[in-house]
Design a protein around this ligand. Structure first.
Ligand SMILES: CC(C)(COP(=O)(O)OP(=O)(O)OC[C@H]1O[C@@H](n2cnc3c(N)ncnc32)[C@H](O)[C@@H]1OP(=O)(O)O)[C@@H](O)C(=O)NCCC(=O)NCCS
Length: 174
């Protein structure tokens, strides 16, 4: 069953809890979405609140994918730049598919939905993102049409003695 994607879903307590659960489960399964396991919902909550503030300001848009039971199974955030000379591309953040749904093509569906969403945003010509090196994620993004355009060596300190590259990926929107 394909996921059902919604851009700009209504922000309800159920949606907030669904995103928090997703973000926590993905992080604790080793996902590279801003945290290092083990992490609790309460540690992630302030980060989600910051995203909600940016959404209220109109700077960030949330994309969610729901499974057939209506549960939040995937999510990502699209964020416009504040720099006045960089309004022609957007950032894609926190790309995540719930561990129980990974490996079934939903990640690629999520990125296709994100590209469709960005194409509908006036003046947006490309999507840029960064990912943590050492997890093979470049291959995932390449399978979605992104190209590696830069790499900052050892910019992400996952743990003492475990530094990872910060890999910059770009998708020009045709
Ligand atoms: C990365 C993620 C979004 C991919 O979603 P998914 O639903 O598992 O991926 P898909 O099933 O759509 O896979 C699409 C392709 O990417 C490949 N792929 C997926 N995850 C990969 C990974 N971690 N490393 C290498 N390749 C990967 C798949 O093998 C598949 O390639 P194929 O068509 O040649 O077989 C998901 O695994 C996830 O949420 N991971 C944890 C969070 C995370 O690290 N997000 C990245 C933030 S930068």
């Amino acid at each position: 069953m394909p996921l059902t994607f919604t851009l700009d879903p209504a922000i309800t307590p159920a949606l907030r809890d669904g995103i928090l659960d997703l973000w926590t489960d993905v992080s604790n399964a080793g996902g590279a979405v801003g945290f290092v396991a083990p992490v609790t919902r309460e540690e992630i909550r302030p980060e989600l609140v910051r995203h909600f503030v940016q959404m209220a300001e109109g700077r960030t848009r949330l994309l969610v994918g729901r499974d057939e039971a209506g549960e939040i199974a995937a999510a990502a955030f699209l964020t416009r730049n504040t720099h006045r000379l960089m309004t022609h591309w957007v950032w894609l953040y926190t790309v995540m598919v719930h561990p129980r749904h990974q490996g079934q093509g939903y990640g690629r569906d999520l990125l296709a939905a994100a590209a469709d969403a960005a194409r509908q945003m006036a003046g947006v010509e490309a999507i840029r993102l960064t990912c943590r090196g050492g997890l093979g994620l470049e291959r995932f993004y390449a399978s979605c049409g992104y190209k590696e355009v830069g790499r900052i060596p050892d910019a992400i300190r996952v743990a003492p003695g475990d530094d990872r590259d910060d890999v910059i990926m770009l998708l020009p929107l045709a």
